[in-house]
Ligand binder design. Structure first.
Ligand SMILES: Nc1ncnc2c1ncn2[C@@H]1O[C@H](COP(=O)(O)OP(=O)(O)OP(=O)(O)O)[C@@H](O)[C@H]1O
Ligand SMILES: [Mg+2]
Length: 263
């Protein structure tokens, strides 16, 4: 067989397989984007465990219409300011997540940049981008993912029940929420609330972290010593508890978004 260069659409779908394995991976990528955008509140709404619908809404920095067009293209990122792969302080940097999700679903990104008067939306269906259109929303971004894997039926077949996919999504969000106690998170599925983690306000860093850990892991984490000595979880739980009570480490300074517009 002759060697041939694969069309972009196919390349994107193949690459998408590495980034998006199931609804929970899309939730993780989208929430990471919201956190990188400096969101204080992140709302995740699912239907059918995320198999039919996922939306992630944030109150972060938002995007201009020009940025929206770039955001759904592969290898476009605002997070590598100077091509330095060693000093990375954001959760994402590959410029892969949105184009990958767009390659295997019906994706809509609606956004209003901080200080902008208008909101704009872009749609990508099975890898095909549509022109940016005017839209309505407050500051921040909403990403909606419909019919995940409709464009890759083999992947669709391997999705588990809605309950199992929902559990994976809750787990993914809880992991991110534990590391970001100053951000509020909610997750609902088919209209039912499954997670409500209000943003810690006022407390110092250590207290905020402990409170969030207690909200996710159970209230024993708020106690001076963990009450549960369950053999299976005890050691890991003890380690987490010690880490939660330890002095907070210095966080790296965040890289400003939208570097390309400054060039
Ligand atoms: N919720 C959001 N708010 C503001 N900007 C966003 C948001 N989501 C994406 N973006 C912008 O779109 C770009 C592309 O997002 P995408 O997730 O595809 O790549 P990335 O986050 O840069 O890297 P990675 O593929 O590792 O996640 C981001 O670099 C960011 O500038
Ligand atoms: Mg990302």
């Amino acid at each position: 067989m002759p060697i041939r260069r694969l069309p972009d659409n196919l390349v994107n779908r193949i690459a998408a397989g590495e980034v998006v394995e199931r609804p929970a991976s899309a939730v993780k990528e989208l929430v990471e984007n919201a956190l990188d955008a400096g969101a204080h509140e992140v709302e995740v709404v699912l239907r059918d465990g995320g198999r039919g619908f996922i939306s992630v809404t944030d109150d972060g920095a938002g995007m201009t219409p020009e940025e929206l067009e770039l955001a759904v293209e592969r290898h476009c990122t605002s997070k590598l300011a100077d091509d330095d792969l060693v000093r990375i302080s954001t959760l994402g940097f590959r410029g892969e997540a949105l184009p990958s999700i767009g390659a295997v679903s019906r994706l809509t990104v609606t956004s209003r940049a901080a200080g902008a008067e208008d909101a704009w939306a872009i749609r990508v269906e099975g890898g095909k981008p549509y022109p940016v259109e005017p839209a309505a929303r407050d500051r921040g971004t909403r990403v909606e993912v419909r019919d995940l894997f409709y464009a890759t039926p083999a992947r669709l077949k391997f999705l588990k029940t809605a309950r199992t996919e929902l559990d994976h999504a809750i787990d993914a969000l809880q992991r991110l929420a534990m590391a970001h106690p100053r951000v509020g998170f909610t997750l609902s599925d088919d209209g039912r609330n499954h997670l409500r983690l209000p943003a810690a306000a006022g407390e110092d860093g250590g207290a905020a972290r402990l409170k969030r850990l207690a909200a996710v892991m159970g209230k024993d984490f708020g106690a001076e010593r963990p009450a549960h000595r369950n053999r299976a979880r005890g050691n890991a739980a003890d380690r987490l508890h010690r880490a939660a009570h330890a002095e907070p480490r210095q966080q790296p300074a965040p890289v400003p978004l939208r570097q390309w517009t400054a060039r």
